[in-house]
Ligand binder design. Structure first.
Ligand SMILES: Nc1ncnc2c1ncn2[C@@H]1O[C@H](COP(=O)(O)OP(=O)(O)OP(=O)(O)O)[C@@H](O)[C@H]1O
Length: 249
């Protein structure tokens, strides 16, 4: 497998084609290492499908998916060097918070003393000290997502995919969770440095994203710096989607 020589993007979609029945998708995308990219666009545009193709839940009909310099197109989801957070069901319901986080170190839960300390530190870093024995059903939605973040922190992968993981938590908590993720990422531990985030909230993209990609009908039709994209000056279709009175509309 080719090694990342530092010049390779963190994520590359090269002519990736896929069809959900009649709905065709065609993606070309390059995300640099350390970049935070937001995917926006109307419902059904293909944002989740794009993430699923990167994560390996869907296989492209043609094209290549590369992560940190390696071709992962044929790899199973568990073999891909990334973490993914969904809106729900990120945790195993039968495992307590400690074990759910420990899965980030060992899928078989073979845990050394040092690993135990690392899991406890990860729980503390997301504000869940002392929550190790709680089952997912004994935690709030926000606490469950913190556990999932702690696991991502320990997995030490280059890339994290966010499919609206904090959307159900309400505006203030959603903002807090994104801030926590950004802080963990800055701290320089194991949190992935490259983020690809689906969002329906332009303010989240404005606060955190370096670039914004706008999808429509299975394609990225506009991509650029977040400020430019969100100000409405970049593309009439983006302005319309954002409800902005743009010159181009
Ligand atoms: N499993 C599936 N089988 C058939 N069609 C599907 C399937 N999943 C998604 N689609 C279709 O593919 C298109 C893209 O769906 P996708 O979920 O990627 O859109 P999205 O941009 O994430 O939408 P939303 O913002 O509503 O979550 C839609 O037309 C959808 O109906």
């Amino acid at each position: 497998m080719p090694r990342n020589d530092g010049c390779e993007p963190a994520l590359l979609l090269d002519g990736v084609r896929f069809a959900h029945g009649e709905t065709r998708m065609d993606f070309d995308l390059r995300v640099s290492a350390g970049e935070w990219l937001a995917l926006i666009g109307p419902s059904g545009a293909g944002k989740s499908t794009l993430l699923d193709l990167v994560a390996g839940f869907l296989r492209p009909a043609s094209g290549q998916v590369r992560i940190a310099g390696s071709d992962v197109t044929e790899l199973a989801p568990a073999e891909r060097p990334l973490s993914m957070l969904f809106q729900e069901n990120n945790l195993f319901p039968g495992l307590d918070a400690f074990r759910n986080v420990a899965l980030g170190i060992s899928p078989r839960l073979w845990i050394s003393k040092a690993d135990r300390r690392a899991v406890e530190a990860a729980l503390a870093s997301v504000g869940l000290e002392g929550y190790g024995k709680r089952l997912p059903s004994e935690m709030s939605g926000g606490e469950r997502q913190r556990v999932a973040l702690a696991r991502a922190f320990l997995r030490e992968q280059p890339l994290i995919l966010l499919d609206e993981p904090f959307a159900a938590l309400g505006p203030a908590l959603r903002a807090d969770m994104l801030k926590l993720l950004a802080e963990l990422r800055r701290r320089g531990g194991g949190m992935p440095k490259t983020v690809v985030m689906v969002t329906h909230h332009p303010e989240d993209a404005a606060t955190h994203a370096d670039r914004v990609a706008y999808l429509e009908q299975g394609e990225i039709v506009a991509i650029g710096p977040a400020r430019q994209m969100l100000s409405g000056g970049a593309d009439a279709r983006v302005s319309r989607y954002l409800g902005l009175p743009g010159e181009n509309v």
